[in-house]
Write a protein that binds this ligand. Structure first.
Ligand code: PLP
Length: 451
């Protein structure tokens, strides 16, 4: 598939969401083809595409958020166990409803939500969980905290998501679960991942920390696997500083999640199992409840802006937006990600492109500099007495040998993304600034090696 096909398909996929019907009917404007060639790069002394303009600020708040926090302060109900109608139980009901799930347990962070699920599924020492190296450290921490082994599978380099074939290759007799990470808030290939899980009798914990409200084949992300986890950390598209949630439809399993996250104490008041204290506090939920009214509208706006940006970028062959799988209806667009192909930029390294673009007033960056398979925790656990007790010498040797994810390395080298929670809430003019700046740098690609 060539680059133009890819972006056109992505545009159609994104535009096919109900809320994006307006985008689908929009014709590509004439200025998409305006040449910026004559314009001198700002980094070489020219006029920047964007100057003295700010992006929409994030995290979002309005008077509703303030009122909600003040109300909680005055209520003196500051902890979830004080009242069954406090802000945390209310948020749990509303979030479950919003996501089309039967149950929700709120936690103090996305990492806590994931760890709670690992424990509730009975996964622990000697067990293995397959996940992605291209993620937040919280994903791995949730598995390590249960003293299980995070096995990192490689990526599909065009979608930055777990490659189902590599997941399957890495299954051993100790594998208990797959933890797919919906990177950038876009769906993994869940059809394949669920089929693999079924065939090998594995549980699926969706790390949907970045993927609030995203839909795949008519289902919200987080409701496809056995359990789904979200983060409400400040940068996320629904945010309260630090916070998280687990959603699911299996009442018994969700009850276990409640018990685990509540220092092992069940809703019946008995202390039954091993568990940390991971309860969300009432002020965090007050912030979440206060911003609920505009959440759908902001989600639709990000999708509309992302579809427009993708349609504009089809004229720049060296910038390829994230591949979306068939069945993707919409995404949270926590991050709007693209692959930078230096062969289309006169061989200029990504750093030069990013510098030139930043001088034009548009800052793209990498997501993480390197995959988590390259971080020191790997040697830390392989050399730790605890892991040496839990796993055979042969298994740990094999783990070290197989700990390579070349596609992830490639993605880390090529990624150029914009942190989208705030900027993608901008106007069409803001999106044009992003696309025009990228196009201008592309058209001046012969100058990039002068930087
Ligand atoms: C993909 C992913 N997983 C897990 C987490 C952890 O969430 P939290 O920071 O709320 O603990 C994050 C947060 O950045 C994330 O992006």
């Amino acid at each position: 598939m060539n680059k133009n096909d890819l972006t056109r398909r992505q545009f159609i996929v994104a535009a096919s969401a109900g809320s994006l019907a307006a985008v689908a009917s929009r014709t590509i404007p004439a200025y998409a083809n305006i040449t910026q060639k004559a314009a001198k790069l700002a980094i070489l002394g020219g006029k920047p595409v964007r100057a003295n303009k700010s992006w929409p600020r994030w995290p979002y708040w309005d008077e509703n958020v303030i009122d909600s926090v003040v109300k909680t302060t005055k209520s003196r109900i500051w902890c979830r166990i004080q009242s069954s109608s406090g802000t945390v139980p209310t948020w749990e009901k509303k979030f479950a409803q919003l996501m089309g799930a039967k149950f929700c347990v709120a936690t103090g962070s996305g990492t806590q939500a994931l760890h709670t699920c690992v424990e509730a599924l009975g996964i622990g020492p000697g067990d293995e969980v397959i996940t992605s190296p291209y993620t937040d450290p919280g994903t791995i921490a949730s598995i390590l905290s249960a003293r299980a082994l995070p096995v990192l599978a490689d990526l599909d380099p065009q979608s930055y998501q777990l490659d189902p074939d590599d997941v399957e290759r890495r299954i051993t007799e100790n594998t208990k679960a797959i933890m797919p990470v919906h990177m950038m808030g876009q769906p993994c290939n869940m059809e394949r991942i669920m089929a693999i899980a079924k065939e090998h009798n594995l549980k699926v914990i969706e790390d949907a920390a970045q993927a609030h409200l995203s839909e795949y084949k008519g289902k919200k992300l987080g409701t496809i696997g056995d359990l789904g986890c979200f983060s409400f950390q400040s940068s996320k598209t629904i945010a309260c500083g630090e916070g998280g949630a687990i959603i699911g439809n299996d009442e018994e399993l969700m009850d276990k999640c409640y018990t685990v996250h509540n220092h092992g104490t069940s809703r019946r008041g008995r202390t039954e199992v091993i568990g940390p204290k991971y309860r969300m506090n009432e002020f965090e939920a007050a912030i979440l409840l206060g911003q609920l009214a505009g959440v759908q509208e902001r989600f639709a706006r990000r999708n509309e802006n992302a579809a427009y940006l993708t349609s504009r970028l089809k004229d720049v062959p060296g910038i390829v937006p994230q591949k979306l799988y068939d069945g993707t209806t919409s995404g949270s667009f926590y991050l709007y990600a693209t692959t930078y192909l230096k062969e289309h930029f006169n061989g200029a390294e990504r750093g030069k492109f990013l510098k030139a673009l930043s001088a034009e007033g548009v800052s793209l960056s990498s997501y993480i500099g390197q995959g988590l398979h390259k971080e020191p925790w790997v040697e830390h656990i392989l050399n730790s007495k605890v892991y040496q007790k839990m796993f055979s010498k042969k298994r740990l040797q094999r783990y070290r040998q197989e700990n390579s994810c070349p596609n992830c390395d490639k993605v880390c080298r090529e990624m150029a993304m914009i942190w989208a929670s705030g900027p993608l809430l901008g106007t069409k003019d803001d999106m044009d600034d992003i696309a025009n700046a990228i196009q201008k740098v592309y058209e001046n690609r012969d100058k990039l090696n002068l930087i």
